[in-house]
Design a protein around this ligand. Structure first.
Ligand code: GDG
Length: 469
C-alpha cells in the first residue's frame, strides 16, 4: 500500500459488502454524506480510509474503490461485542446523549476499546505519508488522536465528533474521563456540532486536567516545559445537497410521492418521521402526542396519516430491543383504537429504504417531525428541506438537535413537553401556504449555502491554521 497524504479514520469503511450475480463477494460504496464530502479531496490528495468492513473476523487486504485506498481493520466477534456494541454504543452513546438510557460501565469493555483504538491508530500511522494529515471521526475512536500523535509526531491530526458532548456533571460519571480527554487532545483541531458541545468539552478539560484554556485554544503539555495548541470549536455538519435536489426534481420520484399519498387513502396531511430506531430520537414522545391529538378529536384519521420510518439499528444492544417493543406496542394501540378499514393513523415501517424512496417520502410529507431528545445534528431535517423546491412543507424541530442552532425558521419544540408538542403539530398541520413559503425559503437558503463541502472545507482550513502543512 502506497503511503497517503490524507487519511480518514472512521469506525466503518465507506463500503458495503454485497453478493455478486454468481454469489461472489463485491463491495459497493455506501451513499453516506461523509464519503461524498471527502471523495474529491481523497482523490486529488492521494487519500486512504481506515475502517472496519462491518463484519466480525473478516481479514481483508487493503483494496481500492472509486480512487480511494481502503484499509480494513479486523475486529473479532468479541471485540465487536465489547468495543462497538458495548463501550461505544452502550457506554459512550447513552452517556453523551444525556443518559436518556442508563450507560453501562464495564472494565472489560473499556479494555477492548483501548486495544481496538490502538489497532486503528497503528493502521493510520503506517498509511500516512511524512507530514501528512489524519482525520479521525467520532466517538468510537476518541483515543486515536493521541495514539497517532505518539506514533507519528510529524502529522497533522483532526478529530470530528458527530454526537453531542455532555455537560460536565454527566461527563464526570465516566470512569475513564481523563483518559478520553487526553485521547481527544492529541488532535490539533477537535470539531463539534454545536458551540455548546465545544464549551462542555473545554469545561471538562479545564476542570479535569487543569490545562490552560483561552477561548477555543487549549495549551496541551507536549514535553518538559513545552506546550502545543489544540483548538476545540463547532463545525456544524451538513448534507451533500445535490443528489437530494436532483432526485426531488425527477418525474418518477414525484410520481412515486403522489402514489404514496394515494395508497394512504389521500389524507389532507401526511406527517413523516424518519429515524434509526434509537431512544435518542424521541419517537415515543412524537407518537404519544399524535395519539392524544387523535383521541381528543383535534385530528381525524381520515384527514391525517403519520408515516414513521424506523430503520433497524443496533438490535443486539438490549436498550434497542426494549425500545422496539415499546414503540411497536404504542403504535399498534393507537392504530387499533383509531384506524378505519380505509385509513390508518400510523403507517409504521421498520425497514431501511433506498434513497429514491426516502426522497419520495420527503416529497409526500406536508409536515416533517424531528423530535429528538438529544441529537448531534440531525441530517434528516436538512434532507427534508433540500427536497422542498416548491417551498412548501413544515419542519417541526426539537431544540435539542444541533440542527436547531441553524434552522431558526422551523417550528421549534421541546419534545418532553407533550402539550407543547401537540400544539406544534397542530400549528404545522394548519400553517397557511404563505407562512410555509416564508419559512421554507429561509431554511433552504441556509441548507443550500452550508452544505457538506462547506463543512469539510472549513474544518480543513482550521486544521491548516493550527498546523500549517
Ligand atoms: C449521527 C448523529 C448527526 C435513515 N433511515 C434510512 C436512511 N437514513 C439516513 C437518513 C440520514 C441518516 O440516515 C441519519 O442521519 P442523522 O443525522 O439523522 O442521525 P444518526 O444516524 O444518528 O447520525 C447525528 C450525524 O451522525 C452526522 O454527523 O447528524 O446527530 O447521531 O441521512 O436519511 N437512509 C436510507 N434509508 C433509510 O431507511 N437510504
Amino acid at each position: 500500500m502506497a503511503v497517503a497524504d490524507f487519511v480518514v479514520v472512521a469506525n466503518r469503511l465507506p463500503v458495503d459488502r454485497i453478493e455478486g450475480p454468481n454469489g461472489e463477494e463485491e463491495w459497493r460504496t455506501s451513499p453516506g454524506g461523509l464519503v461524498a464530502a471527502l471523495e474529491p479531496m481523497m482523490r486529488s490528495a492521494h487519500g486512504a480510509w481506515v475502517g472496519w468492513p462491518g463484519q466480525a473476523d473478516l481479514e481483508l487486504e487493503p483494496f481500492e474503490i472509486g480512487g480511494i485506498d481502503l484499509i480494513p481493520v479486523t475486529l473479532s466477534a468479541q471485540e465487536v461485542a465489547e468495543y462497538y456494541e458495548g463501550f461505544a454504543n452502550d457506554t459512550i452513546w447513552p452517556l453523551y446523549h444525556d443518559v436518556i438510557a442508563p450507560p453501562q460501565y464495564h472494565r472489560e469493555w473499556w479494555e477492548a476499546y483501548v486495544v481496538v483504538n490502538r489497532r486503528f491508530a497503528e493502521a493510520a500511522a503506517s498509511a500516512v505519508a511524512k507530514d501528512g494529515t489524519v482525520w479521525v471521526h467520532d466517538y468510537q475512536l476518541q483515543l486515536v488522536p493521541q495514539m497517532v500523535r505518539e506514533l507519528r509526531p510529524d502529522v497533522t491530526i483532526g478529530y470530528f465528533h458527530h454526537i453531542p458532548f455532555p455537560a460536565h456533571g454527566l461527563y464526570a460519571q465516566l470512569p475513564w474521563r481523563d483518559q478520553v480527554l487526553r485521547g481527544l487532545l492529541g488532535a490539533d483541531v477537535i470539531g463539534f456540532q454545536r458551540a455548546q458541545d465545544a464549551t462542555y468539552f473545554l469545561t471538562a478539560v479545564r476542570r479535569r486536567l487543569r490545562y490552560e484554556v483561552k477561548g477555543s485554544a487549549v495549551s496541551v503539555p507536549s514535553g518538559p516545559g513545552e506546550t502545543r495548541t489544540a483548538v476545540a470549536r463547532a463545525f456544524p455538519i451538513s448534507i451533500d445537497t445535490a443528489p437530494y435536489i436532483e432526485l426531488a426534481a425527477r418525474p418518477e420520484v414525484q410520481a412515486r410521492a403522489a402514489e404514496i399519498r394515494e395508497s394512504l387513502g389521500n389524507p389532507a396531511r401526511i406527517l413523516l418521521g424518519v429515524d434509526r430506531l434509537d431512544y435518542t430520537k424521541g419517537i415515543g414522545h412524537r407518537i404519544k402526542a399524535y395519539g392524544e391529538l387523535l383521541a381528543a378529536g383535534r385530528l381525524h384519521v381520515e384527514d391525517v396519516t403519520l408515516v414513521q420510518v424506523a430503520s433497524p439499528s443496533r438490535e443486539r444492544v438490549d436498550a434497542y430491543a426494549h425500545l422496539r417493543d415499546e414503540i411497536e406496542l404504542a403504535v399498534s394501540r393507537i392504530n387499533g383504537d383509531t384506524d378505519t378499514v380505509g385509513h390508518t393513523a400510523i403507517r409504521y415501517l421498520h425497514q431501511g429504504y433506498p434513497r429514491e424512496e426516502m426522497v419520495a417520502l420527503y416529497l409526500a410529507a406536508d409536515v416533517m417531525l424531528v423530535t429528538a431528545l438529544r441529537d448531534g445534528m440531525n441530517l434528516v431535517a436538512k434532507e427534508y428541506i433540500a427536497t422542498r423546491a416548491d417551498n412548501r412543507g413544515v419542519l417541526v424541530l426539537s431544540e435539542f438537535t444541533g440542527a436547531a442552532d441553524e434552522l431558526r425558521q422551523a417550528v421549534r419544540v421541546n419534545p418532553h413537553d407533550i402539550e407543547g408538542l401537540k400544539d406544534a403539530i397542530m400549528e404545522a398541520v394548519h400553517m397557511p401556504p404563505r407562512e410555509q413559503g416564508r419559512r421554507m425559503r429561509a431554511l433552504r437558503k441556509r441548507v443550500l449555502e452550508n452544505d457538506v463541502d462547506a463543512w469539510s472545507s472549513s474544518f480543513l482550513r482550521a486544521l491548516d491554521e493550527v498546523h500549517p502543512r
